[in-house]
Design a binder for this molecule. Structure first.
Ligand code: ADP
Length: 401
């Protein structure tokens, strides 16, 4: 079965064509600058690269262009779209409406679009891509996989905010959590590696990238996570401030004379590792700056590592123990100093990293010392493959009915 995975944003449409026989990526690319002008970058598994400027007034033209890139010209990998069995779409916000991966109908797309109030940057783009795909490939089943769905098992005492209850009921203000597809992928992989049922493991899954979130998984379910109503909450991130005292937000806004949207930009784009270090949001740049003796870059990394360590401690307390800790995504898979500092002095919890094993990066590996009671693993995430697997399963289930 060949599955097309689509990750649409407000002005971009990333895609991967995956062969489910061997889970290999046949081709991938990005339609960028939708609504501005348009650019396609396309790359096949055999190394053919296609770059071209296009005209993308809407997601529909971008989708047509990716169909062309896959089926015609030097980057073609299939002879017609009939070879594609299904399309799986990443959707950021499913709120309380969507608790699992779902087959697409017109009503489902309308509902996703309605939820855009809760995810202004993302959901409308998803809906536009879904309509475009439905129009251009009317006979191909489509599936939506939600970043929030995995976290719908979080108990109410952990997802509520301390605002008046009526505002939860009326405005749906609560913790939703994100990166669910990644946390689901790496925890399933962990169970496979450990040869255990995920239901028998207590896991802290650390997705540390440009955006970071940490999730506590118990009985195979998400029981708490650090991102909240939006992906701004939780640990310090590349350009996001993470959790702060809400009163500091109103105070700073007053001092700068910022309105709501300016304050939103300040917290999402100008804060975090970039704001603290004044150097970069990229951990590679920060590591280089630390090596050069830059004190603010060192402070940013210390703050990041401490924020992750504190969450691990609180999730161990919440679950009443821990069997495994996972590091994944750009930073978690690659930055050995982050892994080392986060896990340092946690021997009393049974956590101890082997410095030799921790030298490796970007590959699946148990990096804990042999005698450690808690296993610490690096597991590269693959959200696209998870979406493709969900899509394959749902399409097969639908066929069987
Ligand atoms: P996103 O949230 O955008 O998906 P990624 O998971 O791709 O982010 O992670 C991007 C982050 O990973 C960047 O800050 C980058 O610096 C970091 N990263 C990638 N490779 C390395 C490396 N070798 N060492 C340290 N950090 C790395």
């Amino acid at each position: 079965m060949i599955i097309l995975v689509v990750n649409a944003g407000s002005s971009s449409l990333k895609y991967q064509l995956i062969n489910m026989e061997d889970e290999s990526v046949i081709a991938k690319g990005n339609c960028d600058r939708i609504g501005i002008d348009g650019h396609l970058s396309h790359k096949t598994a055999s190394g053919v690269k296609v770059e071209k400027d296009c005209d993308f007034p809407t997601h529909a033209e971008a989708f047509s262009c990716l169909v062309d890139a896959l089926t015609t010209g030097e980057g073609a990998v299939i002879s017609s779209m009939d070879e594609i069995s299904a399309v799986g779409h990443r959707v950021v916000q499913g709120a309380e409406v969507f608790t699992k991966t779902t087959l697409v109908t017109d009503e489902i797309i309308e509902k996703i679009d309605e939820l855009r109030e809760l995810a202004p940057v993302h959901n409308h783009g998803h809906a536009l891509a879904l309509w475009a795909c439905r129009k251009i490939l009317p006979n191909v089943p489509q599936v939506v996989v939600f970043d929030t769905a995995f976290h719908q098992t979080i108990p109410q005492k952990a997802f509520m905010y301390g605002f008046p209850y009526e505002d939860y009921e009326q405005f749906h203000v609560r913790k939703y959590g994100f990166h669910g597809t990644s946390h689901r992928f790496v925890t399933a992989k962990l169970a496979e590696i450990m040869g255990k049922d995920l239901k028998d493991l207590k896991v802290v899954s650390c997705h540390l990238g440009n955006g970071s979130s940490i999730t506590a998984v118990q009985d195979g379910k998400s029981v708490d996570t650090t991102m909240g109503f939006t992906p701004l909450d939780g640990v310090l991130m590349g350009t996001r401030c993470g959790a702060v005292d809400p009163s500091a937000v109103t105070y700073v806004a007053g001092k700068h004379g910022f309105g709501v949207s300016e304050m939103d930009t300040y917290m999402n784009k100008k804060s975090g590792m970039l704001g603290i270090s004044g150097v970069s949001s990229d951990f590679r740049d920060l590591d280089a700056a630390v090596a050069d003796g830059n004190a603010r870059a060192a402070l940013a990394k210390d703050m990041f590592n401490l924020s992750v360590k504190k969450i691990i401690g609180s999730y161990v307390a919440e679950m009443g123990g821990v069997d495994a800790i996972i590091f994944t995504a750009g930073v978690g898979e690659n930055d050995r100093s982050v892994r080392w500092d986060v896990c340092e002095h946690l021997e009393y919890l049974g956590i101890k990293i082997d410095p030799e094993k921790n030298k490796y990066r970007g590959k699946q590996m148990d990096i804990s010392i042999d005698w450690a009671r808690v296993r610490v693993l690096v597991i590269p995430t693959n959200e696209e493959l998870m979406i493709a697997k969900d899509t394959e399963r749902l399409v097969n289930e639908a066929k069987a009915q």
